[in-house]
Design a protein around this ligand. Structure first.
Ligand code: SIN
Length: 485
């Protein structure tokens, strides 16, 4: 069943509507992180391929940008339908290359498809304005046009949804695209390219270049002034380098970078809601998400009870290969990722923290780490300051609202914060004051195709999804019309 699924996925470069090998014929291996076995090999794009993809994107831009918006919307709508019809296979494929449980992968397929449905509806709602100028000497016409060919760089943690969140608005706006999927998870994106072709996306509008060298594919594109936009989801460190690379040609940028989300539980919170919200915010995607709750700050009067209940829930989660029945926690993506989690937990333990469950990797094949709760975590523990990207919940306490806010903002990141309270005034007060782009109030889930996803500070800039998402792919054009009245 799994090998049949893998057999059906294209493993070549997708360029100008054709599937073909890399310029030098090279390929690289894709691994199942749940058993460390090779799934298949895919074409390893070279700079010559990147240059060809640039030419294809530039050549297709004018005609594609002039396509009726309804036509672009219909392509997205058909793609949403195909993804929905094939959700089981798409999810299983994702689990094989990325590790998360099939249940989690199905949730991602739904989330990913929703970006196509949302932007199919947005394609026909790109509006401008017409007005009299203040001096009364003419008219002002403001319209919008596609920004132009884009480079889209997608991560391994949500190999499909982070793709559709970029491709959806780019298609709706009329931009051509070159996509560089993550080296660790290229199959979901290659499969999506085939599905988009089936949905009617014209040749040349999309190229997908899997590669072992991001710079080999991305640099030629950013060095070319005809490429007008870059969108990246990934680490802050890499994001900064890409910003520098976009500087000479002043390409538009969307940067969805790292996070260090605080999860605040006030003394008046519903503990049932806080614990179930904690499981969602922490354990969605094995904790490998930039919106994962990274640290829990709990009012000291309820901290003991919160830790006890969270520990019970975390220790009950079944860990295993993502395709096994009942599994809730799959492997981490790689040995490096697992080792980083080991390092952060060991650092906290060596500084006096205590693990009430987990605290170590799982022996055997695959990159597993046990769901972990840490208490008595000292303020200088690295785990409170660095993005964990794993199934570990460090808990600390606070006594006042001001202290909670100070702890929440004690980070260079500003993507999302979660807060649990029954006091509406407090919810709004803290929600408005905390320095993040998004806030989950009494919920562990903020992600939604209809919402503007994005951060402040070192978490980046730009918004994906919502009404805002398509604006990232549009330039404003103003026509001044002189008029003798
Ligand atoms: C991410 O982890 O990069 C995005 C998560 C989401 O969209 O929910």
């Amino acid at each position: 069943m799994s090998s049949e699924l893998i057999d059906r996925v294209p493993k070549q470069i997708f360029l100008a509507g054709r599937w073909r090998d890399a310029a030098d014929g090279s390929r690289f291996a894709v691994q199942d992180p749940g058993n460390e076995q090779q799934l298949c090999e895919v074409a390893d794009a070279q700079d010559a391929d990147a240059r060809e993809a640039i030419e294809a994107a530039v050549a297709a831009q004018e005609e594609w940008g002039a396509t009726p918006p309804r036509e672009r919307g219909e392509i997205l709508r058909r793609a949403w339908q195909l993804m929905t019809d094939r959700a089981d296979d798409i999810a299983r494929l994702m689990t094989l290359e990325m590790g998360k449980s099939v249940e989690e992968s199905k949730a991602e397929v739904t989330y990913a498809a929703e970006f196509f449905r949302w932007f199919s509806e947005e394609a026909v709602r790109v509006e401008g304005r017409y007005g009299r100028n203040p001096a009364g000497t003419g008219r002002m016409i403001v319209t919008k046009r596609p920004v132009g060919p884009c480079v889209l760089i997608t991560p391994w943690n949500f190999p499909l949804a982070m793709g559709t969140r970029k491709l959806g608005p780019a298609i709706a706006a009329g931009c051509t695209m070159i996509v560089k999927p993550a080296q660790l998870t290229p199959l979901s994106m290659l499969n999506l390219a085939a599905l988009l072709q089936e949905a009617g996306l014209p040749d040349g509008v999309l190229s997908v270049l899997p590669t072992t060298s991001a710079s080999r594919v991305v640099s030629p594109a950013l060095e070319d002034p005809r490429i007008r936009k870059m969108s990246f989801t990934g680490s802050t460190e890499v994001g900064r380098k890409l910003v520098e690379q976009c500087a000479p040609n002043l390409q538009r940028m969307s940067m969805e970078l790292g996070g260090n989300a605080p999860f605040l539980v006030f003394e008046d919170a519903s503990l049932d809601d806080a614990v179930s919200g904690a499981i969602t915010a922490k354990m969605r995607n094995n904790g490998e998400s930039c919106v994962a709750a990274n640290r829990f700050h709990v009012h000291s009067s309820i901290a003991e009870e919160f830790v006890r209940r969270l520990t019970d829930e975390m220790s009950a989660l079944k860990v295993g290969h993502g395709t096994e029945d009942g599994v809730k926690v799959g492997p981490l993506i790689s040995a490096d990722q697992r080792d980083k989690v080991v390092e952060l937990v060991d650092d906290a333990l060596s500084r006096g923290a205590r693990a009430t469950t987990g605290g170590k990797p799982v022996d055997g094949e695959g990159f597993f780490y046990a769901p972990t709760v840490l208490t008595d975590v000292p303020p200088d523990a690295r785990i409170l300051h660095e993005e964990v990207f794993g199934p570990v919940a460090p808990v600390t306490t606070f006594d006042t609202e001001d202290e909670a806010l100070r702890l929440a903002d004690d980070t260079e990141f500003g993507l999302v914060a979660y807060l649990f309270t029954r006091d509406l005034d407090r919810a709004i007060r803290v929600g408005e004051r905390v320095s993040t782009g998004m806030v989950g109030i009494n919920t562990g889930m903020v992600s939604n195709a209809a919402a503007p996803f994005g951060g402040v500070k070192q978490s980046g800039f730009g918004r994906e999804g919502g009404d805002e998402g398509i604006e990232e792919y549009l330039d404003v054009k103003y026509l001044a019309l002189g008029l003798k009245e």
